[in-house]
Design a protein around this ligand. Structure first.
Ligand code: SF4
Length: 392
């Protein structure tokens, strides 16, 4: 991968347009640090006002970056529900003023403790129409271990209230927790199903370095769940949710028919997106850019009229590898005809050879021009996909 530059980019470089799918806005604040989390956030909210001002300014600085209509907006984090409804409205108003916004889906990630009746009522006056609620577990002792700021009861109330307030609701769950049994996971699945939300994300806990979880594992205070049990829990979720009418459309995501997340699907379809806020990534054709992952630096640079962006140009092999990585993690799979004209003959030979090999192993199946990983092998999808990677 060729690194073009890891310093600040002149504005002229960024003044070009592309087919837009969505805007991602990173809200870099959390009430507490979760045990397993390595995202960019600060637990001090003292710079929140300055951050919102900087975000509005960043839109102005990047106004020429987007020509096409913005159809999805995603407030991620961090914890976007630390924002007041008025702050959210200021942000979406500025977006609408700056870009051609034709909103189909405007999602706000939210923590259950923030979704009070009053907050939800005020959110109704904003452009937000979808809430992605970080439940993670319905067990209080698990939530305490995760250092979450909410209880199981608050989760149930938040989902109920969000649904009654008319929001499209998605919930997040985590499996493969230390010492998690199948019985515990089955109970979690039943509780999730009882909420009948249109969308569920179920993530396998991963061990990230420099987290409290990694420290606990190192000190032998907890043990990672073994791969076999984690895979069994993944498959149990698949069986359970599909039986209940959900479509397992991406490794970590389930939806009721027609309720797939539009914004996230654009990542998997490799549609371009603009990322605003510290640490936010943007993607366009063969260029990936990311903002500095530091709140103070972000605010300072933006107030000086400088975009704290770093960019890298993806080479053909990087783009192809990323396309395979994202498409093969979905039920839709990968249409190999789309790659035939893009690959060099040498790449194509390597690719077709790998397909034949993986087909023989049963790790890949083919329907006409579309290849996909059978769901029973999805848990090891990353390993399977890496076999296809083009290295030269
Ligand atoms: S709330 Fe989300 S972003 Fe914040 S620390 Fe927890 S997992 Fe990480």
């Amino acid at each position: 991968m060729q690194i073009l530059n890891l310093t600040l980019y002149p504005l002229s470089y960024l003044c070009h347009s592309f087919q837009m799918a969505g805007v991602y806005i990173h809200i870099p604040f959390c009430h507490k640090a979760c045990t397993y989390c390595d995202f960019h956030f600060s637990t001090s909210l003292k710079n929140k006002n300055a951050f919102v001002e900087a975000l509005l300014r960043e839109m102005e600085l990047r106004k020429n970056f987007v020509d096409e209509p913005v159809t999805t907006i995603y407030f991620g984090g961090g914890t976007p529900s630390v924002l007041q409804a008025e702050e959210i409205s200021r942000i979406t108003e500025k977006l609408t003023e700056t870009f051609k916004v034709i909103p189909q889906e405007v999602t706000l990630e939210a923590n259950p403790e923030d979704l009070t009746e009053d907050y939800l009522h005020s959110l109704r006056s904003t452009m937000v129409n979808r809430l992605s609620i970080g439940i993670q577990s319905f067990r209080n002792e698990r939530l305490q271990w995760m250092n979450r700021n909410h209880t199981a009861k608050q989760s149930l109330q938040a989902v109920q209230c969000a649904k009654e307030s008319g929001f499209d609701v998605s919930i997040d769950l985590i499996f493969a927790l230390p010492a998690m049994t199948m019985q515990e996971w089955q109970q979690q699945l039943m509780q999730a199903d009882a909420l009948r939300v249109p969308h569920i994300s179920a993530y396998s806990l991963t061990l990230e370095s420099k987290t409290a979880y990694a420290f606990q594992v190192k000190k032998k205070q907890v043990q990672e769940l073994n791969d076999h049990d984690a895979e069994m829990q993944f498959l149990a979720a698949h069986d359970f949710f599909t039986e209940k009418g959900y479509v397992h459309y991406e490794i970590s995501n389930y939806s009721l028919p027609g309720k797939q997340a539009k914004h996230n699907s654009s990542y998997w379809n490799r549609t371009p997106y603009l990322g605003l806020g510290p640490s936010a990534h943007s993607f366009e054709k063969n260029m990936r850019c990311w903002n500095v992952a530091n709140n103070n630096s972000y605010i300072q640079y933006i107030s000086d009229g400088v975009l704290p962006l770093s960019c890298e140009e993806l080479q053909l092999k990087d783009e192809l590898n990323e396309t395979m990585m994202t498409a093969l993690r979905t039920a839709e799979g990968l249409n190999i005809e789309t790659l035939e004209n893009i690959m060099t003959p040498e790449m194509y030979r390597h690719f077709m050879k790998e397909i034949a090999l993986q087909e023989k192993r049963g790790w890949i199946e083919r329907k006409n021009a579309v290849i996909f990983i059978p769901i029973k092998h999805w848990y090891k999808a990353d390993r399977i996909i890496s076999e296809f990677f083009i290295t030269t």
